[in-house]
Design a protein around this ligand. Sequence first.
Ligand SMILES: [Zn+2]
Length: 445
Amino acid sequence: MCMQGAPKNGENKTKEDGKPMKIRKIQKKGYDNGVSLARAWQAEGRMFYYEGEANEAFYGLVDEESVRRLGDDAASQGVNLDLIEHWKKQAIRGKNKEALQRLQSWNEKRLLDSVEEVHQEILARRFSEEKYPEIQGLAAYEDAEVRGIADTFGIDYRRVLLCKEPYRRLIHLRITEGWESEPRQNGKCTTVIFKDSSVGPIIGRNLDSGISAMAHLQKYGEPVLYQWPKEMGYSYIGQTLSINSEGLMIHGSSIAYPKEPMPKDRYPVNIYNLVLRFCRNVTEALELMERYNLFFGPSNMLVFDGTGNAAVIEKSKNTLAVRRTEEDWIFMTDGVAVEEKMAKLQGNETIIYQFNLKRYRLIEKLLKEEVKKPSIEAMQRVMSNHTMPSPVCKHLDKMPSYYQLANLYSFIFLPQKRLFYFRLMRPGPSYPCEEKPTEYSYCFE
Ligand SMILES: [Zn+2]
């Protein structure tokens, strides 16, 4: 049943244009699910692209029309892009001679054969049923799903696999023999929470990315409701809100750790999906994340539930720390871990660490003031704060050369009211802080 705040007819839609919320009914069989997802994506004008950020179910997708309109040579080629050439260009830009040299001996065929090898290794792995019940049969399900998608789109399933970030990372590691252990990006995204107010908890979220991703991100902010068959887990709204039918939310901010090697035989698990599918509250989420410690990361993650319980998990590839707060607020921002052991591991002397720490301290200071009168407006002030040198709302022309990321969308979310206000960057660019928000309501039924 829908609670107050949802439209009377029970339909999920925006106030502005009455567009229904996208719903994906997850199928019990992986192949059927792949076909069903692929048909929905085709109908919505999505196409595959290796680095597509408008992703769903963690496949890289782009909006065909936006890519055509805004222009992006690599993205417009989609899965026909020569990935080896693309990586060579990246290696040249990153002045990584070693990686470039290793890439010279590779070609498309070898790349796709290597995808198959990695895929078979993943399918062959077995995990203790007692310790990891949630992922039993998952690899086989996802294998069938990928084949359903590939058949519907009429493309090689190995290319579809390459649209999943963990596969691309594993293959790239294989080609460059581990040369990817350098941090690949500084980090992005900030989530801030007032645990309570007259409208219940208020959540602010800024998503950052490189400006070149803009074409990919058109329509990215649209929420998608994943309805799981009951025996397979809880339903949840992915993409923006990342909240499940039990009221548990999980958000991430990216972060890089330079000093840790990747666990050798790691099976890439999507921890967000696992938490949303199988956990009802923060306690359960923390238990699951600690149990799956070696399967995901690095990332900062914030979990929050309907009881007001909250925690930030600072996670490298192997190590994890939990940050709690007794305050009426909690937040995480990108590129910086503040728990002692994590900060040390990250290298808290570096310029980039200190840059991100400035933003952390800024948000802390803003919250101490704004939490006295928590409101949507107060949250808006925090999320669109432009205090230099490390602002919460990042505009590309204001950022230092080592941090070329900007705020692409921003939303404020009221879980108790089942409402959220969404602002998206527009070409120009105009930043979300300059846009009028669109109001959405939602419901799980
Ligand atoms: Zn701004």
